[in-house]
Design a protein around this ligand. Sequence first.
Ligand SMILES: Nc1ncnc2c1ncn2[C@@H]1O[C@H](COP(=O)(O)OP(=O)(O)O)[C@@H](O)[C@H]1O
Ligand SMILES: [Mg+2]
Length: 247
Amino acid sequence: MHGYLGLVIPVRRVEEPCVLKVSWTDEAASSEAMALAAWNGQGAVRLLASQPALWALLLERLDHRRSLNDVEIVEAVEVASRLLRRLSIPVPSDFRSLRLVTQDLCHTLPQRWEQYGRPMPQRWVEQACELAVQLGTSCGNLLVNYDLHYADVLRGKREPWLVVDPKVVIGDPEFGIAQLLWCRLEDIEAKGGLDRHFRMLIEAATLDPVRARSWTLVRCVDYWLWALSVGLTHDPDRCETIVNWLI
Ligand SMILES: Nc1ncnc2c1ncn2[C@@H]1O[C@H](COP(=O)(O)OP(=O)(O)O)[C@@H](O)[C@H]1O
Ligand SMILES: [Mg+2]
């Protein structure tokens, strides 16, 4: 089994079914083990052992055939939003902070906008940069999984749904919702649209709606440019739909 960055192999530790995950080396992979250890199995897959030098994690085995991708969108949004909130816990400051992330974004967004052929109105990039500065300087200090998407929530036995493959920063949980809107956007539009699902998400995760809208705009502009940089074709259109809805 694999996604973009990890290779996951079913193994056993004595009789216990586990999986071994080996990742492509990057900063996100090194914080994955720390985040899983901090959550200690509460809402997320349990980390059984790790070997940082080999970028290897031994994890409890979940049911890889059943993810929130196959669950009706209204329920999937609700479950994912609750998990997003549960995973937003206070932690020691060994993780990258949203303050630093937003400082980087302010420099790189305009450059990438030029580099990828000015794919959106300039004022959207300017607005994203302004919001990033404001939000970054006033952000909270909770652990946030900003890559919690439906395919990375798997059926478990200890809890019905558990999160795998986190990518984390320290900041606001509102930073972590954008991908719940651009993943399965077609399902969201077919079942009442962004208004309805955004409202559900905010309620289930108990988020500040204004901050959530602002962070989502920043994340959509960032992800749109990243998607172009790696040749994704549908995701830029999805980001455009969400930004048009936000503005
Ligand atoms: N603990 C687990 N138990 C069972 N299957 C898993 C587990 N963790 C990951 N998988 C499967 O492996 C795939 C890739 O793992 P993931 O951690 O999401 O890596 P990537 O970074 O490549 O996306 C997942 O989509 C899922 O199908
Ligand atoms: Mg994954």
